[in-house]
Design a protein around this ligand. Structure first.
Ligand code: ATP
Length: 300
């Protein structure tokens, strides 16, 4: 018997970052949109304790020890219910690693849901969300999907209405960027400046509710983008190539280095994707719609 859970990646259509708090974290106003690029986590009973395997183009960069977020999720759930984490977790990885699309968080949420179903532990939604928040700021959103405003470190979620499907193109970069390093660069660039408290943009929330891609394109923002570009200046060329090909807007996804391009429809997505491939400014290019549902147990 095994259980497979499919979990989407995310793009931040707004990422407002406050000054560093005394605990080193930053307060955020983070508008998440789940997009149709997925990892699948399969949980199977294992007599030999916890085991992690991974397949996919970036599998070589995924840790297979207890630092893997999927492993940490299984151990946290087992501890919560006083059982042993005798499980083999296999990750079929399609979300880029260290790409700012919450791939590790997706695997954490997927492992929680898969183990809960496999072990029959019947964890309540609230308890699952609390376990997710302990694992990382982006993990609760991977569980719920759709669109949501994240406040605090990003883990306190308010679901958002979305009035239509938005079409995206994502360009994966040749190397990753470490999220903590990008926040450190944000702090360095902001030294001596007064950084306002992060607030969600009402025009952006209205654009989402109306499903209006032009209005969304006019209001997206990412306060981490200058820091990501400072650490990875070549990303400017990728952003320019997507804009030149007709994207409504181009931005760094989360802490990067994946770049995200909002386009009008599925045809425009294909056109912009083709131009980005031809530009030679990125490693791979994918198209995906959003919003899509969060972590979902697949039948059979
Ligand atoms: P975020 O968008 O949430 O900031 P990210 O998408 O940029 O995250 P991840 O793919 O989650 O980055 O990986 C960041 C690091 O976390 C990796 O370099 C890797 O060492 C570690 N990691 C732990 N578990 C996983 C996992 N299941 N998949 C990928 N990376 C993982």
């Amino acid at each position: 018997m095994s259980v497979t859970v499919r979990v989407p990646a995310k793009v931040n259509v707004q990422l407002a970052v406050g000054a560093a708090r005394p605990d080193g974290f930053h307060d955020l106003a983070n508008v998440f949109l789940a997009v149709g690029l997925y990892d699948e986590v399969t949980a199977t009973p294992s007599a030999g304790g916890l085991r992690i395997t991974c397949e996919g183009p970036d599998a070589g960069q995924v840790p297979l020890d207890r630092t893997n977020l999927a492993a940490r999720a299984a151990l946290a759930l087992a501890e919560r219910h006083g059982c042993d984490a005798d499980v083999h977790l296999h990750i079929a990885k399609d979300i880029p690693v260290a790409g700012g699309m919450a791939g590790g968080s997706a695997d954490g949420a997927g492992a929680l849901l898969a183990c809960d179903a496999l072990w029959g532990t019947g964890t309540s939604r609230d308890d699952l969300l609390a376990l997710c928040a302990d694992l990382g700021s982006d993990v609760p959103f991977s569980l719920v999907g759709g669109a949501a405003l994240g406040t605090g470190r990003g883990e306190k979620l308010t679901p958002l209405e979305v009035g239509g499907t938005f079409h995206w193109v994502f360009a994966m970069a040749a190397r990753g960027l470490s999220t903590p390093a990008v926040f450190r660069e944000f702090d360095r660039l902001g030294e001596g400046r007064d950084i306002p408290g992060p607030v969600a943009s009402q025009p952006l929330l209205d654009a989402l509710a109306e499903g209006d891609p032009d209005a969304l394109a006019a209001t997206v923002s990412n306060d981490l983008q200058p820091a990501a570009l400072s650490l990875f200046p070549e990303l400017a060329g990728t952003l320019a190539a997507g804009r030149a090909a007709g994207a409504l807007t181009a931005l760094v996804s989360g802490s990067g280095p994946t770049t995200a391009f909002l386009v009008r429809d599925a045809d425009a997505a294909d056109t912009v994707a083709e131009a980005l491939r031809a530009s030679g400014t990125c490693r791979t290019v994918r198209t995906a719609p959003g919003p899509v549902p969060g972590a979902t147990v697949l039948d059979g």
